[in-house]
Design a protein around this ligand. Structure first.
Ligand code: 5GP
Ligand code: MG
Ligand code: MG
Length: 187
């Protein structure tokens, strides 16, 4: 386990077992529909890489990068498009892959954008769901794990761009946040 992690919330094995099941369900539901699978950067990258390998039907992938969080741990409430899709979504069966849904603000925005662009269907698949953090009315179609209202890192999820490479989901030691707060106060 990494030195900065206080404890592991979801192990690598638990994640991989769940992703296998989720991939199987996508294969059955989307058989011959050629879905467009959109990964929300950067957090959904490991999840996307692993889940698409478990899908047996043809699919197309694309990415969007949006931001509603700054460097810290609290949502700014604003959504900004940093990278848009290369693909036209009109008439497509779209699957949005997310790392985690907290306030729901980011996805709420993405769903209306993609529907507005004429997608035939939009399905939300998130690895983690933090229902206690919700600020808008949004329920994912599929959620791998429900997590408590705490800040988690690993498997794509960062704190100040670190820890995305951990193969598990964990909770940081409080001293990591405190050091960061102290560092930004002295700027
Ligand atoms: P929302 O718009 O639902 O509040 O937040 C969505 C995004 O905020 C997620 O895709 C993720 O990038 C970030 N986020 C929300 N909760 C957490 C968390 O516990 N840990 C980390 N590292 N990022 C989070
Ligand atoms: Mg995300
Ligand atoms: Mg982040």
């Amino acid at each position: 386990m990494h030195d900065d992690i206080e404890h592991i919330l979801i192990s690598e094995e638990e994640i991989q077992t769940k992703i296998k099941e989720m991939g199987k369900a996508i294969s059955e539901e989307y058989d011959s529909r050629f879905p467009l699978v959109i990964g929300v950067l950067k957090g959904a990258l490991p999840f996307m890489a692993d889940i698409i390998k478990r899908v047996e039907t043809h699919l197309e992938i694309d990415f969007m990068d949006v931001s509603s969080y700054g460097k810290g741990t609290v949502s700014s409430g604003e959504v900004k498009i940093i990278k848009d899709l290369d693909t036209t979504v009109e008439g497509r069966d779209v699957i949005i892959l997310e790392d985690i849904i907290d306030s729901g603000i980011t996805l709420n925005y993405l769903i209306s954008l993609i529907k507005h662009r004429g997608a035939k269907s939009v399905k939300i698949i998130t690895l983690l769901d933090k229902p206690d953090g919700r600020k808008v009315d949004l329920v994912p179609d599929v959620a791998g794990f429900i997590v408590p209202d705490a800040f988690v890192v690993g498997y794509g999820l960062d704190f100040a761009e670190r820890y995305r490479n951990l193969p598990y989901i964990g909770v940081l030691k409080p001293k990591i946040y405190n050091n960061e707060a102290a560092a930004s106060e002295t700027l």
